[in-house]
Design a protein around this ligand. Structure first.
Ligand code: HEM
Length: 480
């Protein structure tokens, strides 16, 4: 402690500046405010882009500028490649078997390798292209049906269906049945789980002081979602095992079951590891992509010039007789900029959380070991020092040469480094093809003049007024 104090006093070894805090809880109220990313953004614009905060006794470093994020992600990647959430043992989905919250080590590396080779890497994505094409056609047909009946579409809900079905087909070779109500049940659980993220954070932060008082927060709600997922996924696992007895499969679930059954597997995994992985894929992959689709479509609807330019590009490359497909995406640069700009202004996970394993120096300040790192990606991607007109939706900013993002690491909607999002390519495909389909095949009518763009409270960035639009076909029905 003495040497740490000495270090703190040395030039270049002071802790980052710390804004005023409250007794006992420290800066907790900023994290708990209804729009935490905005509350923290305000704090950093007043006190600086690198801050030292305190949640009770737990230290936290908050990063809100591109240059500080760049230094941390580039020079300290290994040091910050763990998320040391204290595990809550009982429930499956936030228990000790999670991947997203696992420390950087053998278990994480083993699962990451399977995730990339079986589901999210370029070759796996190429193998599963047909599955996504089928789901996109189903999405288009459902929109067409709504258009014929002159019904409005809840964009986020419709996109969620496509994404869950695709992820299920890709990872376990089946989707949940609409007829039996199973699909609706899974979608409901994913939404509930999303709503629980803030409570899970609270439990993680407050568990220690509250457990001492014999209080367990939100346990019932967390267990309800966890138990339901457990039951559904156990059924799928058994079904898969029966199938595997007859023939060898090649999807992610097959590979995980093989590792589970193999005594000599590189890493021993449990049934809970497998089920948690699927819960995390649903949670990490579904709402994030669906929210981005919703926000981006809202921006396009409010910006007719952008819609016009995007449509011209799609019409000239794809035409009006066949549906856009993911192999068109590399030929549609403006669509790519629109997607990127949607992610810049509305990152669905605005706070990226890691842990410093060792003490280090960041921008001349001392950061002690085991400090939690929070990167406010929302603030970084709206930082006026790095972005011209940061609050405006301007896809043109990504035209070649205009923004040198690689050098400054300014666009960090997917995080960065070895612990960055492994689903970023898949997400870009979902968002690109869904936005592409909606722009290519339909005009969209809104109620009122403009879409309201307010953010809802929560840890994830969602729309306070979910987007509802009515489609009007602009092409003859497409034939597949
Ligand atoms: C627009 C869509 C998405 C966004 C914005 C997003 C964003 C993120 C972010 C910010 C992180 C934390 C990264 C970090 O700490 O640096 C993350 C992690 C993760 N994401 Fe995504 N994500 C999206 C879609 C997906 C999809 C489609 C999947 C898979 C189906 C996925 C799976 C994961 C997983 C498994 C992790 C944990 C990685 C680890 O801890 O090693 N994400 N994502």
């Amino acid at each position: 402690l003495f040497s740490k104090k000495l270090k703190d006093q040395k030039v270049g070894y002071a802790l980052p500046p710390s804004p005023p805090s409250l007794p006992i809880i420290g800066h907790l109220h900023h994290l708990l405010s209804s729009l935490a990313h905005k509350s923290l953004q305000k704090l950093s614009s007043k006190y600086g882009p690198l801050l030292y905060l305190r949640i009770f006794n737990f230290p936290l470093v908050l990063v809100s500028s591109a240059s500080a994020a760049y230094e941390i992600f580039k020079a300290h990647d290994l040091n910050i490649s763990s998320r040391d959430n204290p595990p809550i043992d009982e429930p499956l989905l936030i228990g000790s078997s999670v991947f997203v919250g696992a420390p950087y080590g053998d278990y994480w590396k083993f699962m990451k390798k399977l995730l990339v080779t079986k589901l999210l890497g370029p070759q796996a994505l190429e193998r599963s292209r047909g599955v996504r094409a089928d789901e996109l056609e189903r999405f288009y047909t459902s929109l067409l049906d709504k258009a014929m009946k002159k019904q409005s579409v809840e964009i986020c809900k419709e996109a969620t269906k496509l994404i869950i079905n695709s992820i299920c087909q890709m990872s376990m070779g089946r989707s949940f049945s609409e007829e039996s109500g199973e699909a609706e049940r899974v979608r409901g659980l994913v939404t509930e789980l999303d709503g629980l993220t803030k409570k899970v954070l609270l439990v993680n932060i407050l568990r220690w002081p509250l457990e001492k008082l014999g209080i367990s927060l939100f346990k019932k709600e967390i267990m309800y979602v966890s138990d339901n997922f457990d039951e559904i996924l156990e059924r799928v696992l058994v079904e898969h095992e029966e199938k595997l007895d007859k023939q060898k499969g090649n999807d992610l679930m097959d590979a995980l079951l093989e590792a589970y059954a193999d005594e000599n597997s590189e890493h021993k995994i449990t049934r809970n590891h497998i089920k948690s992985m699927f819960v995390e894929l649903f949670l990490g992959g579904t709402d994030t992509s669906a929210q981005t689709i919703q926000w981006t479509m809202a921006e396009i609807t409010n910006n007719p010039n952008i819609l016009k330019r995007l449509r011209e590009e799609i019409d000239s490359v794809v035409g009006k007789t066949r549906l856009i497909q993911e192999t068109d995406l590399p030929k549609l640069p403006y669509l790519e900029y629109v997607v990127k700009e949607g992610l810049r202004l509305h990152p669905p996970l605005p706070l990226v959380v890691r842990t410093f394993q060792r003490s280090c120096e960041i921008k001349g300040f001392y950061v002690p070991e085991k400090t939690t790192l929070v990167v406010n990606t929302y603030a970084v991607m709206r930082d006026p020092i790095s972005w011209e007109d940061p609050e405006e939706f301007k896809p043109e900013r990504f035209l070649l040469g205009k923004e040198d993002e690689r050098r400054a690491l300014k666009h960090i909607a997917f995080g960065s480094g070895r612990r960055g999002c492994p689903g970023s390519n898949l997400a870009s495909i979902f968002i690109g093809t869904v936005i592409g389909t909606m722009v290519q095949c339909f005009d969209w009518r809104i109620k009122g003049d403009k879409v309201e763009m307010d953010e809802a409270g929560g840890l994830n960035l969602t729309m306070a007024h979910p987007l509802k639009l009515t489609p009007i076909p602009r092409t003859k029905p497409l034939i597949f």
